[in-house]
Design a protein. Structure first.
Lengths: 384, 385
């Protein structure tokens, strides 16, 4: 525990933690819109397309200056989005082919530029490779201001255009019919995804950036059905994954930050997929179990009712074998026990036979009548 | 002769690139047409995990068992993504984007923990080391041949045989999966067969071009070919030819500028695509612009004829049937108005008489066709504005 406290009091670790949490929050917030608009993989294409921009920014600035590198990444990311739009609108190629083309070609150009820089740039170029997988430890205190500025701009935009973004995310056609500038809003959302990617580059790198956009949003989606809480939760998941990942990679030598953050974020998704209330897989399984039990209970009750009616004896005792024949399956002993506990059926003996028999109680008759829609049988036997 | 070919470093690098390009283009044609291009992205990222796990288990990276084992991860990614999407908790695109980064991240971490500086370097994972394929050789019939060339050659043979033998089935399931299923051709099985082979090819190509540049070899040449032709066989042949050309030109440029060979080869596929996007006959952006211009000119011609016809023999004729009226009243830019007049003149629709534009008989006939003959009288009186 004191080790952790020592760690947290170190200035470098604080910088890394603040930076990572900020980056995670920004990409979580903006990723929510991308996921809702089914444009998750656009983030993948744009983040790969940031690599040539990183190199160009480095070449133009001549040094590892974060401002120019991020600007370069933003410019090539925007170019990639434009190329995507051009290919999708002006050719018959499908969207996924366009994504693949933009992603791989921009990345290839980035690889060429990277190899050129490494051949010519000398010692200063060594840090560039860290943009492939991210290196949170390389974040400087001065970098925090740039990230914070970009984050504030993104937050202000989201708050100012909240209603518009909400409408475009859920029903773009309706928004168009209402006279909203849908194309402009979509461009704004795409530009903001590019922004999120640019800020996230230092943390997770170009290759894995897509996960930081998708994973927090996909996890948040499981917990809520309202946009506001989803965006907030997504930002929180992003921040937590970013901070935790940065902490792990800062304390363990040789672990790139990106993969650690991505695995943590994926873990959050897996947990959410299973345990999120109402929606999660465990809840689904539980609900399915309950539904099966309800149907099975109903079948036992109506079978008993049918037997009672057929024999004109409301307290007709039915044996397990009879139930099995009528249900066409093994008698569900767990269900019978449950029905007994609910006071709907009643175990009786039927001498001279020694096997257990069951008859419907009054409550059982009422329930069976409600289920089958048939009235209870004649009362000549009398209810138990 | 043979030994000197396989001993030549440039020849081996080029051959490796070409083998990757051709194998990728063969399968990529079908992936692009089926709309599965982004599954290639997912597969090629996630095999990194398979490769490192197989390496940890067997301490080998080449060999048939290793290749197949690593390729399983690629198929696993597709299966997991489809399962996740089927649970309806997330959409397909988000499902793909959740599964492959996780596997890729796990692979990269395993490499940096267990295999640092041993055989697989983290950067090699992304970029490949096509320049060093000749270092690792295998002796076949007394001739040392690079292992990558042998593996990729075998993969190419399998892919080629697959495409040739199942040509008809692939064609049918690609263009009409419903009909294929109704005829009993099992489109689902073929879907997974194509993806499995893509996975195997990705693993085989991994050493040479890395995880991401491989995507360029699979998707870009077939997409380029798709812009150039509407025939499947021609598309496949063109895709293969474009991939080979990209390797040759890319290699030459990489040598000249001293940059990444695989990166340059992949970039060249992008150059071909950009050229096709711009200049493809009929569908390229330039052809589209030309056809748009000529359509607009035709349309302007018709509008001009209709305008003149409306005002012919009316008091406003002196004002309306002039170039100035087109600019001031129809709000056409002057070059546009001049171009329309010139075109109409060339087609013998109008003539210039006493400083006014008047219709020739052919122009009158066209205007009547536009308005319908009955409308003529009414327009003459109404058209004074």
């Amino acid at each position: 525990m004191s080790g952790l406290a020592d760690l947290l009091s170190s200035g470098i670790v604080q910088t890394v933690l603040i930076g990572a949490a900020m980056l995670g929050a920004i990409s979580g917030m903006l990723g929510a819109f991308a996921v809702l608009r089914r444009q998750s993989l656009l983030g993948d294409a744009l983040s790969h397309a940031a690599l040539p921009g990183v190199c160009l920014g480095f070449i133009l600035a001549g040094t590892r200056d974060l401002g120019s590198i991020l600007l370069g990444a933003f410019v090539t990311g925007a170019l990639a989005a434009l190329a995507m739009m051009l290919i999708v609108r002006r050719t018959t190629l499908k969207t996924d082919a366009a994504l693949g083309i933009v992603l791989s070609v921009f990345f290839a150009v980035g690889v060429v530029l990277l190899s050129w820089v490494q051949g010519h740039g000398g010692a200063a170029s060594a840090g560039l490779a860290s943009f492939l997988f991210g290196q949170a430890a390389a974040i400087l205190r001065s970098d925090l201001w740039i990230m914070g500025g970009i984050g504030l701009v993104a937050l202000a935009l989201v708050l100012a255009l909240w209603k518009e973004f909400k409408l475009v995310s859920f029903d773009a056609d309706f928004a168009r019919a209402q006279g909203f500038p849908v194309t402009l809003l979509e461009v704004a959302l795409t530009v903001m995804v590019a922004l999120a990617i640019v800020v996230g580059l230092q943390l997770v790198g170009v290759v894995l950036m897509v996960a930081l956009l998708i994973a927090p949003a996909a996890a948040a989606r499981q917990w809520t059905t309202t946009l506001g809480p989803m965006v907030a939760l997504s930002a929180a998941f992003g921040a937590a994954s970013g901070a935790a990942g940065a902490l792990v990679s800062a304390t363990t030598r040789g672990l790139a930050t990106g993969p650690v953050v991505v695995l943590i974020a994926t873990g959050v998704v897996v947990i959410s997929l299973f345990v999120a209330p109402q929606r999660g897989l465990l809840w689904q399984a539980l609900a399915a179990r309950r539904a099966r039990a309800r149907i099975s209970d109903g079948r036992v009750l109506t079978t008993l009712q049918g037997l009672a009616n057929a024999h004109r004896d409301a307290s007709y005792p039915a044996e397990r074998g009879m139930l099995e024949t009528a249900l066409g399956a093994r008698a569900p002993s767990a269900r019978i026990a449950a029905l007994e506990r609910r006071g709907l059926i009643h175990p009786v003996t039927h001498p001279p036979e020694t096997t257990p028999h069951w008859e419907l109680t009054t409550a059982g008759h009422a329930e069976a009548a409600a289920l089958s829609g048939k009235p209870a049988g004649p009362k000549d036997g009398g209810a138990a | 002769m043979i030994a000197s070919f396989f001993g030549s470093i440039p020849a081996m690098i080029l051959l490796t690139g070409i083998l990757v390009g051709v194998s990728g283009a063969l399968l990529g044609s079908f992936l692009v047409l089926r709309g599965n291009a982004m599954l290639t992205d997912a597969i090629s990222h996630s095999i990194v995990f398979g490769i490192i796990v197989v390496w940890l288990l067997t301490r080998q990276v080449s060999g048939p068992v290793q290749v197949l084992g690593a390729a399983l991860t690629g198929v696993l990614t597709v299966v997991l993504s489809e399962l996740l999407a089927r649970s309806r908790l997330v959409k397909m695109d988000a499902a793909i984007g959740l599964v492959f980064p996780a596997l890729f991240a796990a692979g990269v971490l395993l490499i940096s923990i267990y295999a640092r500086d041993v055989h697989i370097h983290v950067e090699t994972v992304l970029l490949g080391e096509i320049g060093f394929v000749w270092l690792n050789t295998l002796t076949l019939w007394g001739v040392p041949v690079p292992v990558a060339v042998v593996t990729l050659g075998a993969v190419l043979v399998v892919n080629l045989a697959f495409v040739l033998v199942l040509w008809k089935e692939l064609k049918l399931t690609t263009f009409d999966p419903g009909l294929a299923a109704a005829l009993g051709f099992l489109p689902g099985v073929l879907h997974y067969a194509v993806l499995s082979l893509t996975s195997v090819t990705a693993v085989a190509a991994f050493d040479a071009v890395g995880a991401i540049l491989f995507i360029a070899f699979v998707i870009v040449p077939p997409s380029t070919a798709y812009l150039l032709t509407r025939r499947l066989w021609l598309m496949v042949v063109l895709a293969v030819a474009l991939a080979v050309a990209a390797c040759v030109v890319g290699y030459a440029l990489a040598m000249r500028w001293n940059v990444s060979i695989a990166g340059m080869m992949a970039s060249m596929t992008g150059v071909w695509f950009a050229l096709a996007l711009l200049f493809a006959p009929g569908h390229g952006l330039v052809a589209q612009a030309f056809s748009w211009r000529s359509k607009r000119l035709d349309h302007d011609c018709r509008a001009l004829v209709a305008h003149l016809f409306t005002h012919q023999n009316t008091p406003a004729m002196a004002e309306e049937n002039t170039l100035r009226a087109l600019v001031d009243h129809l709000r056409w830019a002057e070059p546009r108005a001049r171009a329309a007049i010139l075109r109409a003149h060339d087609r013998d629709l109008i003539e210039r008489r006493a400083g006014l534009l008047t219709l020739r008989p052919k122009g009158t006939a066209e205007a009547e066709a536009i308005f319908g003959k009955t409308a003529r009288v009414g327009h003459k009186t109404a058209g004074t504005q």
